[in-house]
Ligand binder design. Structure first.
Ligand SMILES: [Zn+2]
Length: 291
């Protein structure tokens, strides 16, 4: 069933686990996420990025997620969220088609401008009964070259600034930069970085009621994820691992069988590959068997 994100997160807050936020980009990836969540009795957030909206169309991708989540066989709660909305317009469009949660990512702007744009988006979201995620600190990982922990440190979320940010913007959830990293680079060159758990602890102590969001969590191991959940992380974003799994499954079946011509035969293993990753993450995040 399709629910408001607040229902998922309030329960996760109370019971001390995290909900996976899985990026999808078509019917097959949505099916993979929902099947895994259903199998394990887990909540899930399905999120789409602006590039997915550009690829599939906002109405089409929204209706795909809604149709898959509202299937009568699906008893677990699924919430729909915009990932990395970069403008007020983008946020407003997603609210107009029924998203229950949006992310306004103004993290690359100076603090005061980040506050200004975030607050504008939060106010609009709240007026429409929608939750808003803000972001403080910059995640490296897609565009730049050098990414040692030392290079990244100046971009991390400042625990004191986080208090001001939440107070000034009234965000419902807060995305932080504590060593987490977007993209494929950590798998190919630099290695998956460790999280700065001491910094996370300070942020959580300063903002004990604010659910924390961990972006760029593909590849992060259980021994980092579990303490992060104890320190207030309630939403964990997984994108790159899903893209890898999907594409590798397609590549494999096409390489194995040059006579294959039915796209459903090509994509069925890709759905299964998405399911497998989502199941692993649900178990790691402690959200299995909650519904
Ligand atoms: Zn992200």
């Amino acid at each position: 069933m399709l629910v408001h994100i607040k229902d998922l997160i309030k329960k996760a807050q109370k019971d001390g686990y995290a909900v996976g936020a899985f990026n999808i980009f078509n019917l097959e990836t949505a099916l993979g996420v929902v099947r895994a969540a259903s199998k394990l009795g887990a909540p899930a957030i399905i999120q789409v990025s602006e590039t997915t909206i550009e690829y599939a169309g906002l109405k089409a991708i929204t209706q795909i997620v809604e149709a898959v989540a509202k299937d009568e066989k699906v008893k677990v709660p699924i919430a729909l969220h915009l990932d990395h909305g970069k403008s007020f317009r983008s946020v407003a469009e997603c609210i107009s088609v029924g998203f229950s949660s949006i992310h306004i990512d103004a993290s690359e702007l100076p603090f005061s401008e980040n506050v200004l744009l975030t607050k504008q988006a939060v106010d609009y979201a709240h007026k429409h009964g929608v939750w808003a995620q803000g972001e403080l600190g910059i995640l490296r990982g897609v565009e730049d070259k050098a990414q040692t922990p030392e290079d990244m440190a100046p971009f991390f979320t400042d625990p004191e600034e986080a208090v001001d940010f939440v107070a000034q913007t009234s965000v419902d959830t807060l995305a932080v930069s504590i060593g987490n990293m977007h993209g494929i680079k950590k798998f190919r060159d630099v290695g998956v970085p460790d999280l700065d758990l001491l910094r996370l602890k300070k942020i959580h102590n300063n903002l004990p009621a604010t659910p924390i969001v961990l972006h760029g969590a593909s590849g992060i191991k259980k021994n980092q994820i579990e303490p992060a959940i104890e320190l207030g992380v309630r939403i964990i974003n997984i994108d790159t691992e899903l893209r890898l799994a999907f594409t590798n499954a397609v590549r494999e079946i096409l390489n194995e069988n040059s006579l294959i011509y039915d796209p459903r035969q090509v994509l069925t293993p890709a759905i299964a590959a998405i399911e497998k990753i989502v199941e692993e993450k649900i178990k790691m995040f402690g959200s299995a068997g909650r519904y």
